[in-house]
Design a protein around this ligand. Structure first.
Ligand code: COA
Length: 376
């Protein structure tokens, strides 16, 4: 029996900062960001959003009434949790109006937890093929002002519906490797991560070499903490894809930045949206890396007729239909984010949510979050 991703959706905040604006303020040559690191834009979370609203937007873009009735498990992968106890998926459950006989879990393993959740979901559905699992990943990659990681920041969410007889991709089991490493971590008392980016690149490549399947794939997608990580990974990979294909693999990340758990799947969306080849029955390699550290290589086979459940034009439009903000607005939105997520105080603002948003954070009362579905 085939098990895999029936549908995939993504959401990135409706605002972005162009790297030219950041380079100017940070007295850096813009080519360091655009050519050296490979980032053109950074998606910036607005005051009315958080990891829950982003996950809601991604899930809402793919789920029908029938899907909602069949979901009995939500796995929410994040490394930017909003609560040490309550799972963010509880808020998603309420706002999507899902049934009550549902299990909800939040999973953490740096940027790898979404891949781990997907693989656990596959095994669950294999045992109970009439069930569907909603795998969510939602993160805000925030490294702080004036840090080396600032140019790699981003925010976004991915939603995947895992089922038997999937219409998008059959997902195959992976090969994984783990070792405790100090490349990136964020203890609970820190607002931003401690990251040794150069060590992390070495750890990433080492993990990739350990799980490299030595197989030729039409495309291989990579986890990307910044877009040019795909270029670096492709160089150590036994079956590198062409430079032209790497451009396709990293195109969406270049426009968004790091979205942590969702980054590998954003790369898959990039390939599904931009590949010139017919991808039906093609198998795509997927390398997932989580700092701290774990690496997993798995593959997935794109199903015949997948374009019935994957609308390229809608994906490209979602990426294109964003508004540029200036540096001052970026500073104020990220200061607002820090204030909200670090102090857990929702500061009243006169911010008007973007017209494209369907879900907004309305209030925080002693840390409890109240969301609103925007009536349109
Ligand atoms: N024009 C073109 N390229 C330039 C340039 C210029 N003017 N100036 C620098 N570069 C290149 C450098 O040669 C380098 O390329 P290389 O990686 O191929 O050698 C690249 O730009 C980056 O420069 P570097 O000096 O290494 O930048 P940095 O010390 O500021 O760090 C990162 C870059 C990516 C390591 C840093 O942004 C970071 O730590 N990001 C977070 C990564 C992360 O989260 N990792 C953990 C999760 S997996």
């Amino acid at each position: 029996m085939k098990i895999g991703i029936d549908k995939i959706g993504f959401y990135v905040p409706r605002y972005y900062l162009d790297m030219t604006s950041l380079a100017k303020e940070r007295n850096q040559d813009v080519n360091k960001y655009k050519i050296g690191i490979g980032q053109h834009k950074m998606s910036v979370i607005s005051p009315a959003e958080d990891i829950v609203t982003m996950a809601l937007e991604a899930a809402n873009s793919i789920l029908t009434k029938e899907d909602k009735a069949a979901i009995d498990t939500i796995l929410f992968a994040t490394e930017t949790a909003i609560d040490y106890s309550k799972a963010a998926g509880n808020y998603v459950h309420r706002m999507l109006g899902l049934q009550h006989n549902i299990r909800i879990l939040e999973l953490k393993q740096a940027c790898y937890a979404a891949t781990g959740s997907l693989q656990l979901a596959l095994d669950y559905v294999r045992m109970q093929p009439d069930k569907k699992v909603l795998v969510l990943s939602s993160d805000v990659a925030w490294y702080g002002f004036n840090t080396p990681g600032e140019a790699t920041q981003g925010a976004g969410a991915i939603a995947m519906l895992v089922s038997a007889n999937p219409r998008l991709a059959q997902v195959h089991k992976g090969t994984f490797t783990t070792e405790e490493l100090p490349d990136f971590y964020r203890p609970s008392y820190q607002e931003i991560p401690t990251v040794d980016g150069h060590l992390s690149i070495r750890c990433y490549n080492d993990m990739l070499k350990r799980v490299d399947p030595h197989t030729n794939f039409l495309y291989t997608c990579f986890h990307m903490p910044f877009a040019n990580m795909a270029v670096k990974a492709n160089k150590v990979y036994s079956h590198p894809i062409s430079d032209e294909k790497i451009e396709v693999v990293k195109a969406f990340t270049q426009e968004v930045g790091n979205i942590y758990n969702g980054s590998l799947f954003l790369s898959l969306i990039s390939v599904l949206s931009l590949a010139k080849e017919n991808l039906e029955n093609e198998t795509i390699g997927m390398f997932s890396y989580g700092s701290g550290a774990i690496g997993e290589f798995f593959s997935l086979t794109i199903q015949e007729g997948y374009e019935k459940v994957f609308n390229k034009d809608a994906m490209l439009k979602h990426l294109d239909d964003r508004d540029e903000i200036n540096f001052e607005t970026y500073q104020s939105y990220m200061s607002f984010y820090k204030e909200k997520e670090v102090t857990h105080q929702f500061i009243e603002s006169d911010f008007t949510p973007h017209a494209q948003n369907n879900f907004v954070l309305e209030q925080m009362i002693q840390g409890h979050r109240i969301y609103k579905k925007v009536s349109k």
